[in-house]
Design a protein around this ligand. Structure first.
Ligand code: ACO
Length: 424
């Protein structure tokens, strides 16, 4: 493809064009400042490619999402979450033996150091589980040595995949004042997590298949989404050569915000507010359109999708199935569907191409599964973990990686003399 041409102050500059495997086009501006002394100004990075990546492909206009080339619809219907972890992290689907060995390794690293439990115990029971999760993930670097050789990195990847559900379930048990339920090696990744969440020493609890299947689906749908806010954070922190645990702990923090992974909690709180207010959808749609109001329809809109988020489409169908199978009749599901129908006919949402995103229906399924609302973003983090790991690993292995360091356009005062207020 021909070079891109830029004219600045009457002078023409040329920049190479790079083309991705799905024909996406990027203008390579790495020499922009050196050639022109200007920088590319793009707050929020909506037009900026920060890396080349072979992990996840999204076409936001068409509503397409693929992990390593496999369509999300097929993966969601046919794969297990651990298979998806392997696929994302190692780049190919595992053979049967490779998957068994991968699962065996994860199963044997699920315990956390007993001293970490003491740190967890010190949190107030009201602490948000995302605060505990972020702190504990970063704390792992205090317990498990981090070095840059491939074997240590791989061991820490296994440790992180194994221990994150334990930390998450323990944070829930702590908030309830319940005893911790230790991981069990005879259970699958998802069943083990659900057992740690819902079992008690006084009970003879068996994880229902329907819960295991629903969790498998939810985790798969959250597993990667290319250069979103939390993943870019993981890459940015990791670009300074910070270790895996610190980089992913930072990703957990970025995910927590209500415009990103925190939206799943906000969606349920919004639906409850609408229910408690008599179910007047129109009022809330109008509020979301009102530029004088801070209110937004949570779970609506996406930076990349200008069409249905394919994950939301799958979850909408699954919400009906899971609630039916669990015998749950949740009025919030009807409110969500009605709200979606009202919004999708409203010119404001139509013109801006605002559709439900993954967070719109996920909370309703989590709620039916008995997961408390303040754990929803933690669930998202467990799902996104393999994506963060894969992206961190890819970034570290990419010989073009430089420390992430954007520039700015300075708008402050020009140089002026400092006049002391005190005579010293
Ligand atoms: N409700 C009402 N209006 C909205 C919404 C919404 N949910 N989302 C976007 N808009 C409007 C904006 O006000 C803006 O209108 P304008 O052009 O008149 O100024 C226009 O649509 C474009 O929106 P931006 O904020 O510029 O879009 P951006 O790409 O920066 O933000 C985001 C995307 C953060 C997801 C936004 O749509 C939003 O806040 N949604 C609600 C929160 C949410 O659901 N987040 C989860 C995203 S998915 C995920 O992270 C897993």
């Amino acid at each position: 493809m021909e070079n891109a041409k830029l004219t600045l102050n009457g002078q023409e500059y040329e920049f190479p064009v790079i083309v991705g495997s799905e024909s996406e086009i990027g203008i390579d501006f790495t020499s922009l400042r050196a050639k022109t002394k200007a920088i590319a100004f793009d707050p929020g990075y909506g037009n900026t490619g920060s890396c080349e990546s072979a992990i996840t492909y999204i076409d936001g206009e068409q509503g397409i999402l693929r992990y390593r080339g496999y369509p999300i619809e097929q993966i969601a219907a046919l794969a297990s979450f651990t298979e998806v972890c392997y696929l994302l992290i190692y780049g190919h689907l595992p053979q049967h033996d490779q998957l068994r060995e991968f699962e065996r390794q994860i199963t044997h690293h699920t315990l956390i150091h007993e001293d970490m439990k003491k740190a967890l115990d010190a949190y107030p029971s009201t602490a948000h589980p995302m605060a505990i999760l972020a702190a504990m993930v970063i704390s792992l670097s205090g317990y498990y040595h981090e070095a840059d050789d491939a074997d240590t990195i791989n061991l820490n990847i296994i440790r992180l995949l194994a221990k994150m559900p334990t930390i998450a379930a323990f944070s829930y048990k702590h908030s309830m004042g319940h005893p911790y339920i230790y991981p069990r090696n005879d259970l699958s990744y998802t069943a083990n997590f659900l057992n740690m969440m819902f079992n008690l020493p006084t009970m003879d609890y068996h994880v229902p298949d329907v819960l295991e299947r629903a969790l498998n689906l939810l985790l798969i749908l959250h597993a990667d989404h290319e250069q979103n806010c939390s993943t870019s954070t993981v890459r940015m922190v990791g670009s300074s050569r910070a270790g895996l645990f610190a980089s992913i702990g930072s990703g957990v923090c970025a995910l927590w915000g209500p415009l990103h992974g925190g939206a799943n909690q906000e969606v349920i709180e919004m639906l409850e507010m609408i229910r408690d207010d008599g179910g007047n959808y129109r009022k809330y749609v109008d509020m979301a359109k009102d530029k004088n109001s801070d209110f937004r329809l949570m779970g609506f809109g996406h930076r990349v999708y200008r069409n249905f988020d394919p994950r939301a489409r799958i979850l909408k169908t699954s919400a009906d199935e899971v609630l039916d199978a669990l015998g749950v009749d949740d009025p919030l599901l009807d409110i969500a569907k009605n709200l979606e129908a009202v919004a999708l006919e409203d010119p404001y949402f139509v013109e801006r191409k605002l559709y439900p995103n993954v967070d719109f229906y996920s909370g309703i399924i989590y709620r039916a599964m008995g997961i408390p609302t303040n754990m929803f973003t933690v669930m998202f983090a467990i799902g996104r973990l393999p994506g963060w790991i894969a992206q961190w690993k890819e970034m570290r292995q990419d010989k073009h990686t430089r420390i992430a360091r954007p520039r700015q356009i300075y708008t402050g005062e020009q140089e002026r003399p400092f006049v002391p207020i005190f005579q010293r």
